[in-house]
Write a protein that binds this ligand. Structure first.
Ligand code: ATP
Ligand code: MG
Length: 765
């Protein structure tokens, strides 16, 4: 009722209030961190629903991270008694996946298509390079992967790429072969999810018309980080007036974009701040609202953020103020080594927790994933529960990927990546020679490996047939079972459990596999993918609700809603297994098994975007780490790093810690560091140094320190030659480094969580 609607708007300031209740027209909310952009966006959804202007199926909202999407659903369900599941609220990738699941046939994909994560994509690229007999030194798989992703993010297929030099031409050839391979295997990578959806909308007028009629409101958070393809994608769903893509008879659609140019941190991945200007122009935005009051952070934190970002030249220009007091000073800490930094951080975080702060309100942020391990090690050894977003991923551990590969083959046996991963794991007498023959045969016939086994003769061929039989049998045997039963059956039938039982260090792995079952269970409960929820209606609102939005010009009857593609009309989106596998690929950072536990939050600054915590640690504030060395050589790069630092600082509500270390072991090398220039850009009055303020690397102490290091007699017995031996065992085990392709050894068994919960602090060395 009206009272409920009024309550929704309570507490908003006048600008926020105006933004929430704008008419259904294009709007841009441009405002700094913590000014309530996301709150405005979420409240607007609630307001639109509560006032009956739109039904839950008639709007789409896009955010950037899974965590942010979850947060939005959470906030929304707290505001309104609406069934948020089923609403089109999610990340770009998540929504594209949903779209392609509904229209797989039109999109030219198998129904059980699988999603390649970054690691899978890399190994797929490697296979292509090998098959083309190219030199991996010249065509470095990682670079090729980036090339392909970048092309796709520009909306370019191989034939669209303007290849002028021989090198680029070869890259394009790899791109083409990679595409063919993916198509054959029925797999799509992250960028492909976007591009396929975009192309389908572009090329299928009926589909376009359907969705344009359907979504009266499209809301985009973090608009500053959309890339070119995402913006074009958006224009397919809600084109500006008077453009060719616009379906006839569509009443005005409203695109509501919120963003902050100072938080644009994906330019390196092709994000275009320019999209904001384009949006304003192309959509003829008449509602441009700025929000200038920050509700998140205390004064000292905000002053630091403002002072830092003022060093950037390319800004649209806006400032933030708060009515909260200055709060506590921003604490700065200098450590002698990364190890010492982690110990300090551990003690400080434990202190905060003892002081009454929930662990989930403490965030540890870092510039690069590789930095997290030292800190994880410290937390792990102290038995402090923590949770890592991105980085060390549960779903990327070898044993989990093996298990997932079997499950993916059950869904889609033509997924060659998965096939190769487990065809001889555990061993089934299928050697390299047999696999080569199989791959040759598959390549020649343009079929999948699974489809090509009959081409291989002899014992190897018989063993391959046996493997195919195993997969087929598993598919038969798991029909109609619950997700948990499917996974248990697979673990037993595949021989994975038996294999790890006999392996020396297999216990950890078995525990991880058990965690996979738990993760599936948690997924089913959370997502409501029960046994009877197999068929989900694609279109949860009937066409009837569209009628009130459609009106023809001059009273002419509106164009009828085009019939949907047959596959979409069956209403099937995906089976619980398919949904779970998608979840494993898209939300690789989340360990659902332990989702409810109060744990310290660890993540890169990039993945902290949009989030907030009572206490935030920004670690590793060192030149060439943050700002990152790859970005230091030019102004644009440096300004992007500074925006990243701005994002990091503005995550904190009450307490902010900044730390750096004189030395750091990274990628197997010891670095001697100078503190980040960003520290010098902060207002001295807002800071409190916890360690004596050091003048930088040239200072006497640092020199002495470096010499001591070289002599192998580091100060305090923490560093130097004895350092490795002073480290806890799990540290040594993990020093082998990171292969980057899912073969990372999980140290301590269950990364992400301390084993002994709440173990008393052991003095910290
Ligand atoms: P970011 O740029 O970091 O994404 P944002 O602009 O999206 O930030 P929000 O996350 O929406 O900001 O809001 C920041 C905090 O301020 C939240 O805790 C939110 O609930 C609170 N907040 C926003 N507006 C108000 C208000 N009018 N009154 C009280 N609290 C508010
Ligand atoms: Mg936000």
């Amino acid at each position: 009722g009206a009272g409920g609607t009024a309550r929704l708007l309570e507490g908003l300031n006048p600008e926020q209030h105006a933004a929430v209740s704008l008419p259904a027209e294009p709007a841009l909310i441009l405002a700094g961190a913590g000014s309530g952009k996301t709150r405005v966006l979420t409240t607007r959804i609630a307001w639109l629903l509560a006032t009956g202007q739109v039904s839950p199926g008639g709007l789409m909202a896009v955010t950037f991270t899974n965590k942010a999407a979850k947060e939005m659903l959470h906030r929304l369900s707290a505001m309104l008694p609406v069934p948020v599941r089923g609403m089109w609220i999610g990340t770009f990738h998540g929504l594209c996946n949903r779209f392609l699941r509904a229209h797989w046939k039109l999109a030219g994909l198998p129904q059980g298509f699988q999603i390649l994560d970054t690691g899978d994509q890399l190994s797929a690229v490697k296979r292509v390079i090998k098959a083309m007999n190219l030199d991996e030194q010249r065509f470095v798989p990682k670079q090729v992967s980036w090339f392909i992703a970048a092309r796709k993010e520009e909306g370019e297929r191989p034939s669209d790429v303007d290849a002028r030099d021989p090198n680029t031409r070869t890259m394009v050839e790899i791109y083409r072969a990679y595409e063919e391979q993916c198509q054959r295997e029925g797999v799509v990578d992250f960028a492909e999810l976007m591009l396929r959806t975009y192309e389908l909308m572009r090329d299928q007028p009926a589909l376009r018309e359907h969705y344009q009629h359907r979504f009266a409101h499209i809301l985009v958070d973090e608009f500053q980080d959309t890339n070119r393809l995402q913006y074009r994608w958006l224009k397919m769903f809600a084109p500006p007036e008077n453009t060719g893509e616009r379906a006839r008879g569509t009443l005005r659609q409203s695109v509501f974009a919120v963003g902050d140019d100072d938080q644009s941190i994906y330019a390196f991945r092709g994000a275009q701040v320019g999209n904001m200007a384009d949006f304003e122009r192309e959509y003829r935005v008449r509602h441009l609202i700025k929000l200038e009051r920050n509700y998140r952070s205390f004064g000292n934190i905000l002053d630091s953020a403002n002072a830092l970002i003022a060093h950037n030249s390319k800004r649209l220009g806006k400032n933030l103020s708060t009515e909260a007091g200055p709060g506590e000073p921003v604490r700065v800490h200098e450590a002698t080594s990364d190890y010492a930094e982690a110990q300090w951080l551990l003690e400080e975080a434990q202190g905060l927790h003892r002081g009454g702060l929930a662990r989930s309100e403490i965030a540890i942020l870092y510039r690069s994933n590789a930095q997290s391990r030292v800190m994880e090690s410290a937390l792990f050894n102290a038995g402090v529960p923590y949770r890592v977003y991105g980085g060390l991923r549960f779903f990327e551990r070898a044993e989990v990927k093996h298990a997932l590969a079997y499950l993916r083959l059950v869904e889609n046996p033509n997924d060659d990546t998965s096939y190769l991963r487990v065809v001889n794991f555990p061993t089934r007498g299928i050697g390299a020679r047999t696999l080569e023959l199989l791959q040759d045969a598959a390549r020649q016939s343009g079929r999948s490996l699974y489809q090509s086994v009959s081409a291989v003769a002899g014992k190897g061929g018989a063993n391959l047939l046996g493997f195919n039989g195993l997969i087929d049998g598993l598919r038969e045997a798991t029909r109609g079972l619950t997700l948990r039963e499917i996974i248990e059956k697979m673990l037993a039938t595949s021989g994975l459990l038996d294999f790890y039982r006999t392996e020396k260090e297999g216990q950890d792995r078995i525990e991880n596999l058990e965690e996979l079952v738990n993760a599936a269970e948690a997924f089913v409960t959370q997502e409501g993918f029960g046994k009877d929820a197999v068929a989900l209606p694609v279109d949860e609102i009937g066409p009837g609700t569209l009628a009130d939005r459609r009106e023809g010009p001059d009273g002419i009857a509106p164009a009828p809603v085009a019939p949907l593609a047959p596959d979409a009309e069956t209403g099937e989106i995906m089976s619980p297994l398919a949904a779970f596998l998608t979840h494993a690929a898209l939300e690789a950072g989340d360990n659902q098994a332990q989702a409810g536990q109060d744990a310290i939050q660890m993540m890169t600054v990039h993945s902290a975007k949009g989030l907030e915590f009572d206490a935030v640690f920004i670690t590793g504030l060192e030149e060439s780490l943050f700002p990152h060395e790859n970005a230091m050589s030019d102004t644009d790069g440096l300004e992007e790093e500074r925006r990243l630092m701005y994002v990091a600082i503005t995550r904190a509500r009450k307490r902010l810690y900044l730390s750096y270390s004189q030395t750091r072991l990274l990628h197997g090398q010891t670095r001697y560091n100078v503190k980040s220039r960003f520290l010098d850009e902060l207002p001295e009055g807002a800071l409190k140094w916890l360690t004596p303020r050091n003048q930088g690397f040239g200072s006497g102490y640092a020199k002495e320190y470096q010499q001591a290091w070289q002599r192998g007699t580091g100060p305090g017995g923490i560093v130097g030659a004895g350092r490795q031996d002073n480290r806890p065992p799990s540290w040594r085990r993990d020093s082998g480094g990171d292969s980057g392709d899912g073969k990372r050894v999980p140290w301590g068994g269950r990364d992400g969580y301390g084993a002994g919960r709440d173990a008393p602090l052991t003095g910290g060395g």
